[in-house]
Ligand binder design. Structure first.
Ligand SMILES: *[C@@H]1O[C@H](CO)[C@@H](O)[C@H](O)[C@H]1NC(C)=O
Ligand SMILES: *[C@@H]1O[C@H](CO)[C@@H](O)[C@H](O)[C@H]1NC(C)=O
Ligand SMILES: *[C@@H]1O[C@H](CO)[C@@H](O)[C@H](O)[C@H]1NC(C)=O
Ligand SMILES: *[C@@H]1O[C@H](CO)[C@@H](O)[C@H](O)[C@H]1NC(C)=O
Ligand SMILES: *[C@@H]1O[C@H](CO)[C@@H](O)[C@H](O)[C@H]1NC(C)=O
Length: 819
C-alpha cells in the first residue's frame, strides 16, 4: 500500500516538473519572437555599439568577454544566469536560448523549431545503437553532420548553437528508461564515444591553434573558479578559448541513471556511491569528455550524490571538473534542478540559499528561473557575492563569443553561408542509414539462415507491431526527420511480395486473438520476420521498466508464429535497453535474432540491407543482456561491485557474477574472423620516481599509498600490442576487435573481472588479413582503483586479452616494472 502511495506522489512531482518545463519552453518561444537576430555587433546597430571593444574581433576573446561583462549592471548580469537569457538592447546583445537538444540530430527543444524554412533535420540512430558500431570515425562524422545542420538552422533563425548532448551516464541497469540515450555500460567505450562525438560537434580545425589563449601573467585567468583560492586552482586557468562550431554539453554529472523506481524518482533520489565506483565508473566518461573531447559544458544532475545535490557540490563542479580536469566553458543545471535543491531536497532553508549554494559550488547557468528570481535578493542579503556572479556571466558569454555570436552579421561569420542545402543532404541521409547498418547486432544465426538470398526468398511475411514503424524508430530526443524508411519499405526494396500483419493491435499485444491472422499471412511466405520490442511507452524519460521480458503478450505472439512456421524465421528486436530473450535464444524454431536499437529515420533500409546480405553485420552489444532475475536487485542500488555475503551480483560485464543472456561485446557476423599472433613486449619499464603511485585525490583517506609529494603524475609511457585479424569467410565484413585488461594478482579489493582498454574496428575483404595495433598506456589503462578512490599502478604480471567476434581469445602477459 505504501508503495502505491509513494508511486502516486512521485507522479504528482513529475507532473509539477513537466509543468515548469512547459512554461520554460513557452518562454523560449516568446524570446525567440522578440529577438529575431541571434548575433550581436551588427553594423546595422548604432556605431556607438559596434565600436565598443567587445565588438572588436581583433582582440582576444577573453578581453572582449571581460569588456562586455564590465558594461552590464548587476541586475542585467543576474538576468543572464538562466537558459532563456534575455536581450540587452542598449548594447545590442541578442537574446539567447541555451537549451537546444541534439542527441542524435537536431531535436525539438525550446531553442529549435521545425516550422520552416527548414521543416526537418537528419535523425541518426539513438546513441545506444551507434555505440554498438565500436567505430570512433563514425561517431565523429555524425557529430560533424549534426553541427553542420545546426549551423544551417542557426543561420535560418531556427536554432541556437548551444546543445545539451551527449548523455554519457553509465547504463548501469537495463531498466533505466534513458539508457537508450547513452553509449552503454562501459566507462572506456562511453569515454571514447563522448570524445569523438564532442569533437565532431565542436571543432573548427582551421581555427584551432590560432586562437590559443595565453592571457596576462603567463596564462593566469582573471577569474578564479575557486572561491577559497586554493593554491592549485591557478594551474587550470590557462584556457584555450578556442573557437567553436557549436558548443555541446556532457550530461548528467553525476551518478544519474534512474528515473522512477523503488518508490523514488530522480528529483528526490540520493545516489549512494562509494569513491571506488565514482572514480573508475561514474565519473570516467565526464573526465574524458572534458579532457579529450574539450567539451564546453557540463550539466549537473537532479540527484544528490552522497547527500549533496550534484548542482551544489563544490567538489564535483569546481575541484574536479574545473580544477582537475580543466573544464573550459560553463556548467548548467538540469532543468529546474536549482529550485529542487530547496523544494524537493530541503537542502537549503530558502531559495536565496539554494541560488548561493549552486553558484558558490561553480554552477554558471540555471535551466529554469530560480537564479533570476532570487539572485538579487541573495546579494542584498549578503549571501551571494557579485564577483561570483561575474564569474558565471563571464563563463557564459565567453562561450557565446567563441561561437562567433558577436562577430557581426552573418556574412562575416564562419559557416555564415550554410543553409537549406546543408540540411537533410543526401550525404547526411546516407550516413544515418550507414550508422544503423554498422550498429545492428546479429544475436543468433542458426544454420546460417541469414542472409536471405534474393533468389530463394521471393516472398516475405512481416509480423508484429513494428512492421511499419516510423517515429518509434527515432527513440526519444528526436526532431522532425528528413524522411522515414520503415522496415516494410526497406524490405520492399528487395522483394516485391511482402505480406504484412501486425498480429497485435499495439505494443502490449493485449488481444492475441488476431495472431491467427498473422499465422494465415505467413503460410504463403518463403521467410518470416517478426518485429517486436519496446518504445517510449515502455522505456523513456521519467519511465523505468520493472521487467526485462517483452511487454505483456508479445512473447506469446512470437512463439505462436514461430512454432507454426515451417520456413526461416527471424526475430527483430527494437529497443534501447536489453530484453531477456532466453525463450527465443533457446527456441529452435526461431532461427535468427537481430537487435536494431532505435535505428533512426533510415532504420528500415539498414535492417533490410542486413537481412538480404547487402551489408554484413558487425555491431557488438554495448551492454550486458541480463536474465529477468536481475530485477530482484533494487534499481536504486548504485554499487558496481558484487557482494558475496549478501548475494548481490554486481553490475555490468566488469562485475556481474551471474550468467548473462548475451554478454557485453556479443555480436555475430556472416563471415568468420580469427585473431592470431598477438604480439607485445614481455616487460614494460615505467621510469618513475616511486614504486607505487597514488593519484592526487582530495577525498582520499590517509591509507592511500601516497608518494612524497602530493601532485603525482604517472609517467606517460605507452607500448604497442599487435594482432593479426583474418577474415576466413567468403564475405567482406567488419569486425570490432576488443582489448581487455584482466587484473590478476594486484591484491586490490574489488578489481573488475575484466576491463575494456582499447578497440579497433576493421573492414576486411573475404580471405584477407590485417594487422591491428593497440596503444596501451599503463598509467591510464592498467590502473587499479582503491576503496578510497585513489589509484594504484600494480607492479607485476598483467594479462591483456584480445577478443575477436567469435570469442576467439588470445592472451598476452607482460611484466610491469616501476623503477
Ligand atoms: C581593435 O583593437 C585593435 C587592437 O587593440 C586596435 O588596434 C584597433 O584600433 C581596434 N579597432 C577599433 C575599430 O576600435
Ligand atoms: C526542511 O528542513 C528544516 C530544517 O532544516 C525543517 O525544519 C523542515 O521541517 C524541513 N521541511 C521538510 C518539508 O522536510
Ligand atoms: C507504411 O508507412 C509509410 C510511411 O509512413 C506509409 O507511406 C505507408 O502507407 C505505410 N504502409 C502501410 C502498409 O501501412
Ligand atoms: C555485503 O553484505 C553484507 C551482508 O548483507 C553486509 O554486512 C556488508 O556490509 C556488505 N558489504 C558491502 C561492501 O556493502
Ligand atoms: C567506420 O565508419 C566510417 C564512416 O561510416 C566508414 O567509412 C568506415 O568504413 C567504418 N570502419 C569500419 C572498419 O567499418
Amino acid at each position: 500500500m505504501w508503495r502505491y502511495f509513494f508511486g502516486c506522489k512521485a507522479i504528482w512531482r513529475q507532473l509539477a516538473v513537466l509543468l515548469v518545463l512547459f512554461q520554460l519552453s513557452w518562454t523560449g518561444e516568446y524570446y525567440r519572437a522578440q529577438g529575431a537576430a541571434f548575433h550581436g555587433c551588427s553594423l546595422d546597430l548604432d556605431p556607438s555599439i559596434w565600436s565598443l571593444p567587445f565588438c572588436n574581433t581583433t582582440l582576444p576573446i577573453w578581453v572582449r568577454t571581460l569588456d562586455l561583462v564590465s558594461q552590464l549592471t548587476l541586475a542585467e548580469k543576474i538576468g543572464q544566469l538562466v537558459n532563456t537569457a534575455p536581450a540587452i538592447p542598449r548594447l545590442g546583445i541578442p537574446s539567447h536560448e541555451w537549451w537546444n537538444e541534439a542527441l542524435h540530430g537536431l531535436a525539438y527543444s525550446p531553442g529549435v523549431t521545425f516550422t520552416g524554412p527548414a521543416y526537418a533535420a537528419t535523425s541518426f540512430p539513438q546513441p545506444i545503437l551507434t555505440a554498438a558500431s565500436f567505430n570512433t570515425t563514425l561517431w565523429t562524422l555524425i557529430g560533424q553532420a549534426i553541427s553542420t545542420e545546426a549551423r544551417a538552422m542557426y543561420n535560418l533563425g531556427q536554432s541556437h548553437l548551444t546543445f545539451w548532448a551527449p548523455n554519457i551516464n553509465i547504463f548501469r541497469d537495463p531498466r533505466w528508461g534513458r539508457g537508450q540515450e547513452t553509449p552503454g555500460e562501459d566507462p572506456l567505450l562511453t569515454s571514447r564515444y563522448a570524445a569523438a562525438f564532442v569533437r565532431g560537434m565542436q571543432e573548427i580545425d582551421y581555427f584551432e591553434e590560432r586562437n590559443t589563449y595565453k592571457g596576462p601573467d603567463g596564462g593566469k585567468h582573471f577569474f578564479t573558479h575557486d572561491q577559497t583560492s586554493r593554491s592549485d586552482s591557478e594551474n587550470h586557468e590557462v584556457r584555450s578559448m578556442h573557437r567553436l562550431k557549436t558548443s555541446v554539453c556532457c550530461k548528467h554529472f553525476t551518478a544519474y541513471d534512474m528515473e522512477n523506481s523503488d518508490g523514488l524518482d530522480r528529483f528526490h533520489f540520493n545516489a549512494q556511491v562509494c569513491k571506488q565506483d565514482l572514480e573508475d565508473t561514474y565519473n570516467r566518461p565526464f573526465q574524458s569528455c572534458v579532457e579529450e573531447g574539450r567539451a564546453t559544458c557540463l550539466m549537473c544532475s537532479y540527484n544528490q550524490v552522497n547527500g549533496i545535490p550534484a548542482c551544489a557540490d563544490y567538489y564535483l563542479l569546481t575541484e574536479l571538473a574545473r580544477n582537475r580536469w580543466g573544464l573550459d566553458g560553463y556548467i548548467t543545471s538540469d532543468c529546474n534542478a536549482v529550485e529542487l535543491i530547496y523544494s524537493a531536497f530541503n537542502y537549503t532553508q530558502t531559495e536565496e540559499d539554494a541560488v548561493t549554494a549552486v553558484l558558490d559550488a561553480g554552477l554558471d547557468l540555471n535551466c529554469g528561473t530560480t537564479t533570476a528570481d532570487w539572485g538579487l535578493s541573495a546579494i542584498h542579503q549578503g549571501k551571494l557575492s557579485e564577483s561570483t556572479v561575474d564569474r558565471a556571466v563571464f563563463d557564459l558569454f565567453s562561450v557565446r563569443f567563441r561561437l562567433g555570436q558577436f562577430d557581426g552579421d552573418l556574412q562575416y561569420q564562419l559557416y555564415g553561408s550554410l543553409g537549406l542545402d546543408n540540411i537533410c543532404s543526401d550525404e547526411h541521409k546516407e550516413l544515418a542509414i550507414e550508422a544503423a547498418r554498422q550498429g545492428i547486432v546479429l544475436l543468433k544465426n542458426q544454420d546460417n539462415i541469414l542472409p536471405f538470398l534474393q533468389g530463394d526468398i521471393q516472398s516475405i511475411a512481416l509480423v508484429g507491431h513494428n512492421i511499419n514503424a516510423t517515429e518509434a524508430m527515432l527513440g526519444n530526443y528526436h526532431g522532425s526527420p528528413c524522411e522515414y524508411i520503415t522496415p516494410l519499405q526497406g524490405l520492399q526494396s528487395y522483394t516485391s511480395v511482402v505480406f504484412y500483419e501486425p498480429g497485435c493491435l499495439d505494443i502490449l499485444c493485449q488481444d492475441v486473438s488476431i495472431a491467427a491472422a498473422a499465422v494465415t499471412a505467413i503460410s504463403y511466405a518463403d521467410a518470416i520476420v517478426i518485429m517486436v520490442g519496446l518504445d517510449q511507452t515502455q522505456e523513456g524519460e521519467a519511465l523505468d521498466r520493472a521487467s526485462l521480458l517483452l511487454p505483456w503478450n508479445q512473447q506469446i505472439l512470437v512463439e505462436t508464429v514461430a512454432n507454426y512456421a515451417e520456413v526461416p524465421t527471424v526475430l527483430v528486436i527494437m529497443s534501447g535497453g536489453a530484453v531477456d530473450l532466453t525463450f527465443a535464444k533457446d527456441n529452435p524454431n526461431i532461427h535468427g535474432i537481430l537487435w536494431i536499437g532505435y535505428p533512426g529515420q533510415g532504420g528500415g533500409q539498414a535492417l533490410a540491407d542486413i537481412l538480404f546480405g547487402h551489408h554484413n553485420p558487425g555491431g557488438r552489444l554495448p551492454v550486458t543482456w541480463y536474465p529477468e532475475s536481475l530485477t530482484q536487485v533494487p534499481m536504486t542500488e548504485m554499487r558496481m561491485r558484487p557482494n558475496t555475503s549478501s548475494g548481490y551480483p554486481g553490475r555490468t560485464y566488469r562485475f556481474y557474477t551471474g550468467e548473462p543472456v548475451y554478454e557485453f561485446g556479443y555480436g555475430l557476423s556472416y563471415t568468420q574472423f580469427v585473431c592470431t599472433n598477438l604480439y607485445g613486449p614481455d616487460k614494460v619499464l615505467i621510469p618513475s620516481r616511486r614504486l607505487q603511485q597514488c593519484y592526487h585525490n582530495r577525498r582520499a583517506s590517509e591509507d592511500c599509498l601516497k608518494g612524497p609529494d602530493d601532485d603525482v603524475t604517472c609517467d606517460n609511457t605507452v607500448f604497442q600490442l599487435q594482432v593479426s585479424v583474418t577474415n576466413q569467410g567468403v564475405r567482406r565484413g567488419s569486425a570490432a576487435i576488443l582489448l581487455y585488461w584482466v587484473p590478476t594478482d594486484s591484491g586490490v579489493d574489488g578489481e573488475p573481472l575484466k576491463q575494456l582498454i582499447d578497440f579497433q574496428r576493421v573492414l576486411l575483404d573475404a580471405y584477407t588479413s590485417a594487422v591491428v595495433s593497440f596503444l596501451v598506456s599503463p598509467c591510464d589503462h592498467l590502473i587499479s582503483v582503491l576503496h578510497d578512490g585513489s589509484k594504484l599502478l600494480h607492479e607485476g604480471i598483467h594479462s591483456l586479452v584480445v577478443e575477436s567476434t567469435f570469442k576467439n581469445e588470445l592472451v598476452h602477459s607482460l611484466s610491469l616494472i616501476v623503477g
